[in-house]
Design a protein around this ligand. Structure first.
Ligand SMILES: [Zn+2]
Length: 339
C-alpha cells in the first residue's frame, strides 16, 4: 500500500531567502529591523483596510487568491504561530512545530465571514505578544531551532525575519486584493448580455470568433462547460474564459495524450487589454482543471499572434498543430498545454 502523502504545503523559505516579489532579503534584515516591522504590522494592516471598499472585503480578486478579510485573518495567525514557535525554540530542545495549513484555516474557519474589527483587535494583541516574545530571547537563543517537516529546521533568528516578511508582504497582498481594479470571478447568468455586446465588438474589430455564421450567444453558452469566468470591472464585465471537457474525437486531447480540459472562449474587451486579464482568466480555468486532475489544453489560430504570445509568456508548450476547416477554408492552429 502506498503511504499517504501530506497535503501540498509549500516549503519554508530558506534562512537567506530573498523574496522575488517584494525584494526583502532575510540575510540583510537585522533582528532590530525585523522587530520594528513586526511592531508596526497591525497599524499597517488597519491603514490598508481603510483603502478597501466595504463591498470588497470578502471578495477574492481571483479564484484561488484570498479576500482582504482572509489575508487579515492570516496576518493574525502568522503573529500567533510565530510567537508560539519562537517561545518553543527558546524553551525546548529542537521542538517539532505543526504546519500552519493556512488555506485549510481560511476554509474551515470561514475567514471570509469574519468580523474585520474583531480580527483587527486580535491582530493588534497577537503582534504585541510576538514583540514581547522576541524581547525575551537572549543572545544565546538566536541559533536555537524548530523543525517543521523532517529536514526543515529553522533558527529563532529566521522565525523573526520570516514573521516580519510575512506580515509586511501580506499587508501589501491585503491592500492589493481589496483595491485591484478588476476581479476575476465565476460567470453568472446576468453577465451574458454584456458579454455578447463585448464579443460583438471584438468580432467586428478582430475577426474573432472566426465562424461568422454563428450566433454569438450560442457560441458563448451553447456548449456545456465545466466552468466559465469573467473579468468584472466593478459591474461591467470586460473579459471571459471557459473550460470544457473535450469532444470524443477532440484533436487537442489526442495530441496531449492524457485527460484534458479544454480552455476556450477567451476574449478581453479591446479597451482593457495590456492589463494581464487574459492571463488571470486562463489561470482561473487552469486552476479548476488542476483541481479535477485534468491537464488544461487549448488550440489557438496561428494568426492570433497576441494569444500565441500570451500562452508562451505563461510558459505553456506547443504540443502540436491542427487544421480547422472554417467556411470551407483550411485555417492552421497551434495546440498549447502547460508543462
Ligand atoms: Zn515578499
Amino acid at each position: 500500500m502506498v503511504g499517504r502523502v501530506h497535503a501540498p504545503v509549500p516549503p519554508l523559505p530558506a534562512e537567506d531567502h530573498r523574496c522575488p516579489s517584494c525584494g526583502l532579503a532575510y540575510a540583510e534584515l537585522t533582528v532590530e529591523a525585523a522587530t520594528a516591522t513586526v511592531a508596526e504590522a497591525s497599524a499597517a494592516a488597519a491603514a490598508a483596510l481603510t483603502e478597501v471598499p466595504p463591498h470588497r472585503l470578502r471578495v477574492a480578486p481571483d479564484p484561488g487568491t484570498w479576500s482582504p478579510l482572509e489575508y487579515l485573518c492570516h496576518l493574525r495567525d502568522v503573529a500567533i504561530t510565530s510567537t508560539i514557535r519562537l517561545h518553543r525554540a527558546r524553551t525546548e530542545d529542537r521542538p517539532v512545530a505543526e504546519p500552519m495549513l493556512a488555506d485549510l484555516r481560511a476554509q474551515r474557519f470561514r475567514y471570509a465571514e469574519a468580523d474585520p474589527a474583531a480580527v483587527l483587535d486580535e491582530l493588534h494583541r497577537a503582534v504585541a505578544g510576538l514583540v514581547e516574545e522576541i524581547g525575551r530571547l537572549g543572545a544565546d537563543d538566536w541559533a536555537h531551532t524548530v523543525t517543521r517537516f523532517p529536514g526543515e529546521e529553522r533558527t529563532a533568528r529566521w522565525l523573526v525575519r520570516n514573521a516580519a516578511h510575512e506580515l509586511r508582504h501580506h499587508v501589501a497582498d491585503l491592500r492589493h486584493a481589496g483595491t485591484v481594479e478588476i476581479v476575476v470571478r465565476p460567470r453568472a447568468e446576468a453577465d451574458v448580455a454584456v458579454l455578447i455586446a463585448v464579443l460583438r465588438d471584438v468580432r467586428r474589430r478582430d475577426g474573432y470568433p472566426l465562424h461568422m455564421q454563428h450566433d454569438l450567444g450560442d457560441w458563448l453558452c451553447g456548449t456545456p462547460v465545466i466552468g466559465a469566468w469573467v473579468a468584472d470591472h466593478g459591474g461591467g464585465v470586460v473579459g471571459h474564459v471557459a473550460l470544457r471537457l473535450p469532444e470524443p474525437d477532440d484533436p487537442v486531447a489526442a495530441l496531449v495524450g492524457e485527460p484534458v480540459a479544454v480552455v476556450c472562449r477567451l476574449f478581453v474587451a479591446r479597451d482593457e487589454r495590456g492589463k494581464g486579464l487574459g492571463e488571470r482568466l486562463v489561470r482561473a480555468a487552469w486552476r479548476e482543471a488542476a483541481a479535477r486532475g485534468l491537464r488544461p489544453a487549448l488550440d489557438v489560430l496561428t494568426r492570433e499572434a497576441a494569444a500565441v504570445a500570451l500562452y508562451e509568456r505563461m510558459g505553456w508548450q506547443r504540443v502540436g498543430e491542427i487544421t480547422h476547416t472554417i467556411d470551407g477554408g483550411a485555417v492552421p492552429a497551434i495546440c498549447f498545454a502547460p508543462p
